[in-house]
Each structure stands twice: as structure tokens, then as C-alpha cells.
Design a protein around this ligand. Sequence first.
Ligand code: FES
Ligand code: MG
Length: 575
Amino acid sequence: MSKTVTALRSARWFAPDDLRSSGHRSRLMQMGYDEKDWGQKPIIAILNTWSDLNPCHAHFKHRVEDVKRGVLQAGGFPVELPVQSLSETSLKPTTMLYRNFLAMEAEELLRGHPVDGVVLMGGCDKTTPALVMGAISAGFPMIFLPAGPMLRGNYKGEYLGSGSDAWKYWDERRAGTITDEQWTGVEEGIARSYGHCMTFGTASTMTAIAESMGLTLPGASSIPAADANHIRMSTRCGRRIVDMVFEDLTPDKIINRQSVDNAVAVAMATGCSTNAVVHLIAMARRAGVPLTLDELDEAGRKTPVIANIRPSGKQYLMEDFYYAGGLRALMAQMKDKLDLDVMTVSGFKLGETLEGAEVYNDDVIRPLSNPIYHEGSLAVLRGNLAPDGCVIKPSACEERLRVHEGPALVFDSYPEMKKAVEDENLDVTADHIMVLRNAGPKGGPGMPEWGMLPIPKKLIKQGIRDMLRISDSRMSGTSYGACILHVAPEAHIGGPLALVRTGDIIRVDVPNRSIDMLVDEETLARRRAEWVAPADKFERGYGWMFSKHITQADEGCDFDFLKTEFGKSAGEPDI
Ligand code: FES
Ligand code: MG
């Protein structure tokens, strides 16, 4: 179905010969525009997540001009609408507290303004799912423009990967094996251009998911932020969105069961961030696709990890991934596992967008016959410790820990845990299983990235670099290790994680997908009766609303009232 200029949504604001529309027109004139600028043209919103405190999006301040250039070339009228930035590097207590806030902001901003289509500028972890969730619910034609990864980190000629190498060298510093001067060198070299984290962390995973779901132009998610190709891609997004408005190519024509399954498979093949689980479920459910943890586990069993990028891979980073052919090449490599018949924002079906895609380095993007890990990067475990599930990234943990039984060492809060791990007399061995609770969606609040609990200093000095850790929090997508995350239901609302005590034996079996505390039912019932619910942390404000309406990790942590099936949204403004 195609649209004519008179049927444009924005025409309702500017075309009629009445007093209200006259006001709208005269206020555009106030900014120096005249009718030639906007009349009979699609008005394109550009939602920009730039801020002075978000290094991942520093270039968006200027890059937005390239998007506008494209919109103008194609005969549209671009309007930049700034939205909150969700800087992963500086927002406390955690950006996850605000993902739904940005999703609401995007949805309402679009619904309330005279716009016909939208380019979403995001990339730093939560910005991608937040913008996509909001735009799905708004329902206008949209293109996602990923920020692009930053350049490889560099220290004395060695590659440094965002997050992953910070954790790694910090442990070496704690062990006393590197000097303060060397540490400063790492600090200076690890982030040396604008762009998002350049490991396959949450940012790269989420932009890959957006692309494989059909929401970016082909190849967009792999282009490094500092590459001139990123500028050209930005302009192409501007040109393309104008056509999409006339084609009335809305998100419901792009996102369906098949495109969600494609995104899940691609996420698994990239060695994806554990955070992707929460975001994928939330995004899919906004589009009316009821994705579950079990379906993600199933996809995990069927899809090998073929992107040899840190933290799952040993050596390479996103810049190498781009030079090796990028996401199009990876998707071409796993064509048999994808539904190639789904539509993308380009106006072409996925299969058509992959024509001619080639792998230029098959050590970076492996063939399915030579993966870096035989199963997908995520596994979902269940048992009496996590009846509604939890996740682990087996590809990023030591093999000996995939089947493990050991005594629990339990912490009720992050500060308590942080202090204990520095105590060199702590009663802990490499066989212990560290547990952190009250760090979930409600308890954190916002499910902070605390799940990669630091290895106790005593063990670090013994050369231990991995041990089993369990929590109801998340971990950074750039993290690694035997960390079991997203335990649901969380301890704060009385999930069984609240009942485990130091010294209890916990058994984890990743191949059999189980996680249990070996404590008899009677003891657990007694502990449950003694359990006192912790007080909610907020009495007012956004935090209060968050605590009242946040759903658990296995449901995607959307607000209950934002779920698509909650009811109809307000629709178009009446006046
Ligand atoms: Fe922005 Fe990692 S801090 S993507
Ligand atoms: Mg991160």
C-alpha cells in the first residue's frame, strides 16, 4: 500500500485552513522555515540519544546532520528530537532502570508530534532495545541507525577489548602482576575513539539483533563509528526513511515470528551478551511475538558460535569483524538457519540483502563446520533455585565449572560482597559458589550489572581466575566467567534464591540445564515461613513507579502496563 502526500499524518497539523493549523505553521516560520520546507513532505523525526556524558554516542551530535542531509535529498523535512541518552558509562545505579523510561519517551514523543517516520539513533547497550520498543508501539515507519563500534583498543601494540580487558587487567593488578604504570596504559588505550563497546558485548549484540530483525539497512551494525562508511550509511538512512513513509512500511510488516527467530539465531551465533535475553523477549513481546526463555535455550542448542570475537572468542574485536565482512557475511554463512523471506527496512527481503555477502577472513567469521563453540552462547537453567529460569554463557566460562557442586557463600547486598572479597582471610575455596541476591529487577533496583562477582583476592593470589557465581542481577555483555544470572523469581519478591544459606550445597549442571540447592523441602519450607520481605526502596517518583510495575527477567523486564496485550494505546491525538 502506498501513501500520498495528502494522506501524510503530519498534514493534519499543517494543511488545514483553520486557526490551530495556522498556529502550527506560524511557529515553524518562527524558526525561519517556509511552506517550501515542510509542505507536501514527509516529516521525519530523528530521535537522537547524544549527550555530553555518553562517549559511545559522541559523534551523534554531528552525525545527525548526515541523516538530515539524506532526508532533504529524498524530499523530506527532518526534525531532530533529542531523547535521554542512557550512557552506560556514567548513569547510576544502572541504565536498566531507565530502559523502559526511554521506550516510553520515544513512543509518546512520536505519538504526540507531527511526524510521519523516524530514524532512531542508538547503540550504547539499552538505547537499542529502548528505542525499538518505543517505536514498535508507536507503529510508524522506522529505521534504526546503530552508533557503530569504537576502534580496537591498543596498549603497546596489543589489542584491548572494551570491558573484557578492563576486568582482566584489573584482576592482574589485584594479583600484583602488573604495575600502576601499566594499568594507566590500559586505561588510556582501551577506549580511543567514539562509538560503542567493540567487543561482542551488549551494544554489538543488540545492534546485530536490530539488523537481523530487519530494522537497519543491510550491513549497518558492523561499521565502526569512526569509518567514513558510517557517515554514508547515516545519509542513506535519511534517504530511505522518506521512501518508507510513502510505502507505509510500518514495523508490524517487518517484525514477526520469523524475523524474531532470525534475530535469536544470529544473536546465538555471535556469542551474544546475556543481556540480549531480557531485551529480545521485551522487544519481541512488544511486537506481539511471545518469545520465551525455553525457545531461546532451544535456539542455543541448535546454533554454534561462529563469530570469533571477544569475549567468547580469544583475539578479535568488532573492527576485525567489519573487515571480515561484518554481519551480512555472518548471516550469509548461516543462511540455512534463517528465514530469508522476511521483509527488511530496505524494502528488500532478508535473502536479497545478503546477496553477494562474503567472508574475507574465516578465522574471524567461522564456517558452521568450524565454530568456536559447538552450541550457542547461552543456556537457560531451571531447578529449585530458579523455577522461572536463569541464564549462563557457557562459551565464556571454564569447562570444569559447567558441571559443578559446591558450598554456597551468600551475600545479601553488593557492599557486603565487595568488602568480603578483599578480605584475604575469607573462608572460601575455588569450589565455593558465590551467591549475590537482592540485585534483581525490583531488588537492585533495575537489575544492575553486578553478576560477574569479583573473584576473592585470596583466590586471585592462588592463580584462580574463574569460579561459579549466581545472582538475580545481570552482567555486562563484555564480561566472562561462570556467572549464572537473571535468577527468576528474584530474591526481593521471595524467589527461592532468598532461602539459600552459606554452606548449603548447590549443584549446577549446564549440559542438563539444571540448578538446585540440595536442601530438603522441610528445611526450605521453614526458611520460607521465616523470610521477611525487604522494604521497597522508593516511596515516590520514577523509582516507585518502576518498582510497582516492573516484570521479572524471564518476561523481559518491561512494565506490565506497556505490554502490547495490556490494552489499546491512546491512538492518534483527538485535537
Ligand atoms: Fe556504551 Fe559499552 S559503554 S556500549
Ligand atoms: Mg555494557
